[in-house]
Ligand binder design. Structure first.
Ligand code: RB5
Length: 150
């Protein structure tokens, strides 16, 4: 798969670890993040990865900041993005199976390297289940388009 990765200053080291791991798994990685540890603004990198995913330039994305929260909130402002913050492998599997998340996010100040690798692997190995979950994901995008009636 072609995978976009993005990060702010809090996650440079972890970004390189995860990018190498993804390449070891046979994926192509496109780096949209900063490689510098000087303070920067996570929305810049969240939107870059979000736009690449929404445009179909990559198959999915990985976002990392201090907590994974700010950068995923920014990415989720791009139409078509479903970015999910995960700190455990069960959630990482379920956000693909149930929510068809197209970006996985986590925090470099929250999870260690080995857990981060396991989170990414659990996400990539899982498959969207569709069915009732597909209907709910469609509803999310109706909200996004301001066409959801309830
Ligand atoms: C940067 O200090 C930090 O706020 C950022 O990496 C992230 O945790 C925001 O959600």
């Amino acid at each position: 798969m072609k995978i976009a990765i993005g990060n702010d200053h809090a996650a440079v080291e972890l970004k390189f670890e995860i990018a190498s791991y993804l390449e070891e798994l046979g994926h192509e990685v496109v780096n949209y993040g900063t490689d510098e540890t000087q303070s920067c603004d996570y929305p810049v990198y969240g939107v870059k990865v979000g736009r690449a995913v929404a445009a179909g330039e990559v198959d999915c994305g990985v976002l990392i900041c201090g907590t994974g929260v700010g950068i995923s909130i920014a990415a989720n402002k791009v139409a078509g993005v479903r970015a999910a913050v995960c700190s455990d492998t069960a959630t990482a599997r379920l956000v693909k199976q149930h929510n068809n998340a197209n970006i996985i996010a986590f925090g470099a100040r929250i999870v260690g390297v080995e857990l981060a690798k396991d989170i990414v692997k659990a996400y990539l190995d899982a498959e969207f289940m569709g069915g009732r979950h597909g209907k709910r994901v469609d509803m999310i995008h109706e909200i996004e388009a301001d066409q959801f009636l309830c």
